[in-house]
Write a protein that binds this ligand. Sequence first.
Ligand code: BEZ
Length: 222
Amino acid sequence: MPCSPLNIGDQFPNFEAETSVGKIDFYDWMQDSWAILFSHPADFTPVCTTELARVAALIPEFLKRGVKPIALSCDSVESHKRWIEDIKSFGKLTTFDYPIIADDKRVLAQQLSMLDKDELNAEGIPLTCRAVFIVDEKKKLRLSILYPATTGRNFDEILRVIDSLQLTQTKSVATPADWQQGGKCMVLPTVKAEDVPQLFPKGIETIEVPSGKGYLRTTPQP
Ligand code: BEZ
C-alpha cells in the first residue's frame, strides 16, 4: 500500500539508497543545499533519456541556485550505469554529474507515493510517474508536481519555480502567472498599507478592479 502523499511544508523523509555513485544517506548527501528529486518510470526509455540529459546540461543552473539534482528510476545500479552512457551520448555530454537512485524494489516509489497505476511494465507492475520534489536546506518539502509517464517535464519551468520559491521566502511578495526572474511581483495580501514604504522602497502600483478592494498591488522585483 502506498503511504499518504507528502504535503508542502512536510519534513521530507530521510532514506538510504544505492545510486549510480554509491550508497547515499539522502540528508548527508544534501548537506546544507536544497535538492530536487525527480523520478522516472524506467531506464532506457526515450522521454526519460531526454530529461536526464537536459538536467545534466542544466547542472550549473541548479548549482547556481544551491540546488543538488538527484534522479530515481526503478532499475538497478548496473542498469543505471549502462543507461548513463546512452544519456551522455544523446545529450553530447562529456560528464554526468548527479546520482540516479536505484529503486528496483520500488521501496521509495511506494514511500513517496510515486507509483502510477495506469502505467504498467511488461510484468504488469506499476511504474513510477514523473514526480518532482523540491526540498529545502531544512529538509522541508517546498514543492511537488506529478506528471504522467507520457509527458516529459519542462526544466526551465522547474528553474523558474525554484527562483520564485527562493525569492518569496525572504521578500513579502508572490510571483504572478508566467513570472520570470526580474519581472514585476505581487505584494502579499497580508502586507498592511502602513508597512509598504519600508518593505517596498521601489514603490508599488495598485491596479483598479471593479470590486474596489485594492488587492492587486504590484512592485518591481525586490
Ligand atoms: C519514456 O520515458 O519515454 C516513457 C516511459 C514509460 C512510459 C512512457 C514513456
